[in-house]
Write a new protein. Structure first.
Length: 257
């Protein structure tokens, strides 16, 4: 069973590649939270995987909220692994996640990292298309190696061991995310066609359509930026910086839920 969270398809692509290699089941964390599905049963030989992006050198709040309520039955000591997707340094996200799993009685066996195009367009633009293609080609090689190690149930492999200063990055960077995630700078321009996709896909249920236009009704959200990247009219903006920046969807995923 593989639990995943995705905004623009990067983590979903990795989760699907892993699931296909093991004939495994996929569970959307966002959908599970909306449906209040926190209890899951696995088979006798089934592995447990988690795939999600790194936010501010740490865990997306929606993933943390899900794991805090998660109960898995069917095995006493399952093989649990983590795959992080990120455009930069995953820092100590895996160690943070391992500690949270321990509070639920589960032991993280290994963690892995797949470099993907960075979608955080609030601060900088996306790489151009040739660079995106190069990153995705390299990511495929990383996924192949991860598949082999997961199939072999390799233990003790932690991606944070490969990056210096990871603990410092997580310690100082992650609180900005937890305390931030403010929605007041999100808005829709006149190009909004009122399709309602942003309301439908927001994992925090922070968007509501009023008079055919999106309104952010919560002071904080997950800050996944799915509303910006997936808006078909490119109408959703954040402050003044995003209007001239590219949007992104993983080209290998054309059916994002």
């Amino acid at each position: 069973m593989i639990f995943y969270f995705t905004a623009t398809g990067n983590s979903l692509y990795v989760a699907r590649r892993l699931a296909a290699s093991q004939s495994d089941r996929l569970v959307s964390i966002a959908a599970a939270i909306k449906d209040h599905r926190f209890s899951h049963e696995i088979g006798r030989d089934e592995k447990i995987g988690f795939v999600f992006p790194v936010y501010f050198y740490g865990i997306p709040t929606i993933v943390a909220d899900f794991v805090a309520q998660l109960t898995i039955t069917g095995q006493d000591d399952p093989f649990v692994y983590l795959v992080l997707t990120c455009g930069g340094n995953p820092a100590h996200t895996d160690r943070m996640f391992a500690r949270q799993l321990q509070t639920r009685g589960y032991q993280l066996a290994s963690s892995y990292f797949v470099a993907m195009p960075d979608i955080y367009i609030l601060l900088y633009d996306l790489p151009d298309l040739p660079r995106q293609k190069s990153i995705l080609n390299q990511a495929e090689k990383q996924v192949e190696q991860i598949i082999a190690e997961v199939e072999a149930e390799t233990r003790g492999q932690f991606c944070s061991d490969k990056f210096r200063g990871g603990a410092i990055n997580t310690f100082f960077g992650y609180p900005f995310y937890v305390k931030g995630r403010k929605t007041q700078k999100f808005y829709a321009t006149d190009s909004c066609n009122g399709c309602g996709l942003c309301e439908e896909i927001c994992p925090a249920e922070a968007i509501r359509l009023e008079a055919g236009r999106p309104v952010w009704v919560k002071p904080q959200c997950v800050f996944c930026l799915a509303c910006l990247h997936r808006c078909p009219a490119q109408a959703i903006q954040y402050g003044k910086a995003t209007a001239k920046r590219r949007r992104y969807l993983n080209p290998n995923v054309n059916d994002l839920p």
